[in-house]
Design a protein around this ligand. Structure first.
Ligand SMILES: Nc1ncnc2c1ncn2[C@@H]1O[C@H](COP(=O)(O)OP(=O)(O)OP(=O)(O)O)[C@@H](O)[C@H]1O
Ligand SMILES: [Mg+2]
Length: 324
């Protein structure tokens, strides 16, 4: 398996993911993912804010960490916060810190995540869920480069690169009035879209192998049946679902390899023995479909279609006649 390590020949990124248990790896075998990483490699060198879009579980955080790990800020911290996970006031003091006695229970002063990330990157996960009140505060912090702890009058400068992520359509949130337009433009100076796994099927098995190596060193691979099921699944839950499926299998597998019976039931049901068969159609059938489509695109002209298909006119004529 070819991986982006230590420095990818395609994108030039060193796939660092500091602070993670399974840190230094990112799989990008597919052209779609390689395109994302090439873009990320350029973004890493800029200091502008980045928004990373993509379905839940598609790998937004992995990309954010890689971006940070390849930026001039890599020696400073990557601080991640899920802004959907906390109620507004808690989130405010989490982000900006608070003074001693700022509110009941604030027995001591607290350093906020902005300060912690100073010189590094602050990753705002699920940014579309940021409450409007904090959107205003964040905008101020970004515009002035200054932040103020809750309950303090004095402000200080914060040198932080903001990388945010969301699985939502942020532009739609702006239209719906749940996300400030001015903040939207501040945050999305640079945009990366991480495609879901179904749009980059070349990554499925390399990712599965990576997860298997990480989760179950005693297993040496997948049975041919299990590989086929993994390959054929549409992966609605994208990479996270694949990760879970491999962990499930690794927990159950006996002997040296992970078999079909070790995979989660819903996966086996979803990608039954015939699921992959849709992709494995007889060549003649695929050829017929293609020839007729090209013929259509050429307005029915057999000589033009033959030229485009790289066939002799007589050969094409015989084929078309056989389809009648
Ligand atoms: N390209 C990749 N290479 C290696 N591991 C990956 C890759 N993409 C995703 N993963 C792994 O898949 C899981 C989900 O990725 P991640 O947490 O980055 O997704 P996410 O888009 O942030 O999801 P969510 O929207 O749910 O927060 C993690 O375990 C991560 O390590
Ligand atoms: Mg995430």
């Amino acid at each position: 398996m070819e991986r982006c390590s230590p420095s990818c020949a395609v994108c030039g990124l060193v796939p660092l993911a500091p602070g993670r248990r399974h840190g230094s790896r990112i799989v990008a075998e597919s052209p779609a993912m390689q395109a994302v990483l090439k873009r990320a490699a350029r973004f890493a060198l800029a200091d502008a804010p980045v928004v990373i879009l993509g379905e839940t579980g598609s790998g937004k955080e992995v990309v954010a960490r890689t971006l940070h790990g390849n930026s001039p800020r890599r020696r400073r911290r990557f601080v991640a916060v899920n802004v959907a996970a906390l109620p507004t006031d808690l989130l405010e003091s989490e982000l900006f810190g608070h003074a001693k006695g700022a509110f009941t229970g604030a027995a001591a002063a607290k350093v906020g995540l902005f300060e912690e990330a100073s010189g590094g990157t602050l990753f705002l996960d699920e940014v579309a869920e940021l409450p409007l009140l904090l959107q205003a505060k964040l905008l101020r912090a970004l515009q002035d480069g200054e932040i103020r702890r809750v309950g303090e009058t004095r402000s200080f400068t914060a040198d932080v690169r903001i990388v945010s992520a969301t699985h939502r359509d942020l532009a739609a949130a702006v239209r719906a009035g749940t996300f400030r337009e001015d903040l939207y433009y501040r945050l999305k100076v640079l945009t990366l879209r991480v495609p879901p796994l179904r749009e980059r099927r070349e990554d499925v098995l390399p990712l599965a192998c990576l997860f298997l190596r990480e989760e179950a060193r005693k297993l040496h691979g997948f049975s041919p049946g299990a590989r086929e099921r993994l390959r054929a699944s549409p992966w609605p839950g994208t990479v996270r679902e694949l990760h879970n499926a491999v962990m499930h299998g690794a927990a159950l597998a006996q002997g040296g390899e992970l078999g079909v019976d070790d995979l989660p039931e819903e996966l086996v049901a979803r990608a039954g023995p015939d699921a992959g068969a849709a992709d494995v159609r007889p060549l003649a059938e695929v050829e017929r479909e293609h020839v007729l489509r090209v013929l259509d695109a050429c307005g029915g002209s057999q000589s033009e279609a033959a030229r485009r298909l790289g066939l002799g006119r007589n050969t094409l004529w015989r084929k078309v006649r056989s389809y009648a």
